[in-house]
Design a protein around this ligand. Sequence first.
Ligand SMILES: *Cc1c(COP(=O)(O)O)cnc(C)c1O
Length: 353
Amino acid sequence: MTPAQQFASDNYAGICPEAWAAMAEANHGHQPAYGEDPWTQRAADAFRALFETDCEVFFAFNGTAANSLALAALCQSYHSVVATEIAHVETDECGAPEFFSNGSKLLLAPAVDGKLTPAALEQVATRRQDLHFPRPRVATITQSSEVGTVYTVAEVQALSATCRRLGLHLHMDGARFANACASLGCTPADISWKAGVEVLCFGGTKNGMAIGEAVVFFDHALALDFEYRCKQAGQLASKMRFLAAPWVAMLQDGVWLRHARHANAQAQLLRDLLADLPDVHLLFPVEANGVFVDLPEAALAPLRARGWRFYTFIGTGGVRFMCAWDTEPASVRALAADIRSVTLELQDKGNAA
Ligand SMILES: *Cc1c(COP(=O)(O)O)cnc(C)c1O
């Protein structure tokens, strides 16, 4: 029997009831197009309230566009962007950051537990200072990271201090920003602009929305002409209200945080249920909604035969299990039970041989 819920990605989940209801609520009558509608105004105001500052907010259809256009806004074509070698912008955006920036090169730094460190950033950003090398201009970090870890406020502060010293902008890929906030228990302001982040791509899709990633500029000067970039890239929604209204609902009464907390808690549950299995090794601390484990190679096919879908190539190898806003504890228990029986069966076979 195919499992009802999967752990391959948090975007396997559907749309949460709050976002769905908001789309229905926005679906009355005619409204001005291209973001001139009241929903878009309300959503932008909700972001300003959430971040406790006068930020500028734009919406893109997906995270690749949000990241690429944000980075392009921070760069000239002869600049470069420091990212970790497992960064989504490097491994999963098909060169879109380079494409939309007209060639700004990504410079890769090794990641420690999925995170960029000030030392690695400095090493990569100062390796070459001559005219023949694309000039480092931006650092981008992913919060929470591609391997389910979370930068602390102090870690982001340290990176932004390094950025300021080296003349770099700091961009945050927050496809799972909500999960990071839920994990840290700090305010969104604390882990973004107050810690030195200048542009944040705040993901909604993986937290229960259909579409509509927000690009949040904390420095108005950097947002100059950004709407033209969005339009040129095919990212200006004419019926913008349907991207904006779900955000109004998500940001109301902490819905976004509640969904992220739930997903994080399911990841903790999965980690706990696997903890005593001798052949299952945790690859990274579980700090957000993902669990990365090393499983015996021979366990993968039987798990897939039981209907489970999962990725083995994201991050640094191993198997990735992602929990979503709607992941049920029963689904977590079913997955854990199958991992248990598959790996113990392999062990029995090994002992018999
Ligand atoms: C999912 C994800 C994105 C956005 O991906 P899209 O498929 O373009 O929406 C960006 N960054 C990270 C780290 C992600 O996991």
